[in-house]
Design a protein around this ligand. Structure first.
Ligand SMILES: Cc1cc2nc3c(=O)[nH]c(=O)nc-3n(C[C@H](O)[C@H](O)[C@H](O)COP(=O)(O)OP(=O)(O)OC[C@H]3O[C@@H](n4cnc5c(N)ncnc54)[C@H](O)[C@@H]3O)c2cc1C
Length: 341
């Protein structure tokens, strides 16, 4: 059976991928996931691609890997790091480059999800509340683990009607409270002049139009999704996983009982015939492509993924600020400048 790393599409990027590990810089990673112990793990340099391919080829029928992960996005890289640091003999293959899929096209927020909290409150939905709580814990861990790739981001929620001020203030205070000890900074009300100083485009040039009543400032995290993905893949490799990009699982291998026990891997850079990699467990971490792999395993299987899309609109710097973001309360759409380093 193909085991799917079924993650909700709304899951915090790399959920479970980053939080269990304290990346200590070159030479060490601390595994603090349950069952992983809390000791510093020695990690070596990242082996070359040729060495990685040789290690992959070593996963034979008689000497299989414990786990083969197909897909090297945030989910796959996180699974690989988790498995390798638990001492499992781990392999991961990615048909493009690490993070070339959804994981480099996110909104780049490490957030608990203000809109999920709204749903939790208005629909009395405990599951949504749990999601926000867990995501806020992840936010805190990611900011602590990868401060070179993630930072707190102040976000303004502008209010143009008086009732919006106490309403959004209370909602964002609740967001702070759900974060508890892991809150980044307390949300607060900013006067119209303070708000315009931070985001000049909030000023309304037309004095007869609705006027700004101020903004509520709260904090979430912003991160470099692609670099975090590559960092996770490299750390997994340095911790002992056999990890290769431009290596596609072109077909699955099954045993006599029909269980998936590996995959044929096509080296999309080196060419040549696909080679077999055997494993006790095969993880489907192919994100939006998960059904294609599931269908290889079981033609006619009911689809598990329903595609949805989001759009990112790039605006001139005039509309934003590198220091703060803005969220449009009605649509919960975010506007901010991405700082390129
Ligand atoms: C518009 C949008 C905005 C988002 N914003 C945020 C956000 O702000 N914060 C946040 O935390 N999350 C956000 N998310 C969610 C987040 O991006 C996803 O949850 C995450 O990227 C999913 O990662 P993944 O590894 O499961 O999938 P992917 O990153 O898509 O990885 C799957 C990988 O599998 C590979 N693959 C497929 N088939 C094969 C094969 N046969 N062999 C080898 N490799 C294969 C693909 O090449 C791909 O790289 C957003 C998502 C969207 C769509």
């Amino acid at each position: 059976m193909l085991r799917s790393a079924a993650l909700p599409l709304a899951a915090i990027l790399g959920a479970g991928a980053s939080s269990g590990y304290l990346l200590q810089g070159p030479g060490a990673a601390r595994a603090n996931a349950p069952g992983a112990g809390d000791e510093l793990l020695a990690v070596g340099p990242v082996p070359t691609r040729a060495q990685q391919l040789a290690r992959l080829r070593a996963g034979s029928k008689d000497d299989p890997f414990d786990v083969l992960i197909i897909g090297g996005g945030a989910t796959g890289a996180g699974c690989a790091l988790d498995a390798a640091t638990r001492g499992l003999r781990t392999a991961m293959v990615e048909r493009g480059d690490f993070g070339c899929g959804t994981s480099s096209k996110s909104t780049k927020l490490v957030h608990g999800g203000v809109r999920y909290l709204e749903k939790a409150v208005f629909n009395l939905d405990k599951a949504q509340l749990k999601l926000v709580y867990e995501a806020l814990q992840e936010r805190s861990d990611l900011l602590a683990n990868a401060p070179h790739l993630a930072r707190p981001l102040p976000i303004l929620m502008p209010c143009y009607k008086w009732w919006e001020v106490p309403f959004y203030w209370a909602g964002l205070k609740m967001y702070d409270l759900v974060a508890g000890m892991r809150n980044l900074a307390w949300s607060k009300y900013l006067s119209p002049s303070e708000s315009v100083r931070l985001l000049p485009t909030l000023a309304d040039p037309n004095p007869n139009a609705r006027s700004l009543k101020g903004a509520i400032q709260y904090f979430d995290g912003q991160f470099d999704d692609a670099r975090l993905n590559v960092a996770l893949a490299c750390t997994a490799a340095a911790a002992g996983a056999a990890v290769a990009n431009h290596a596609e699982a072109s077909s699955l291998i099954k045993d006599a009982s029909g269980r998936v026990v590996g995959a044929r891997i096509a080296d999309r850079q080196g060419g040549g015939r696909p080679f077999e990699v055997h494993a006790r467990v095969v993880v489907n971490a192919t994100g939006p492509y998960a059904d294609a792999l599931r269908e290889q395993s079981d033609p006619g299987v009911k689809k598990a993924v329903r595609a949805s899309s989001g759009a990112h609109v790039t605006l001139p710097e005039y509309y934003g600020s590198q220091a703060v973001g803005m969220i449009v309360p009605k649509t919960k759409k975010l506007v901010w400048n991405i700082v390129c380093t």
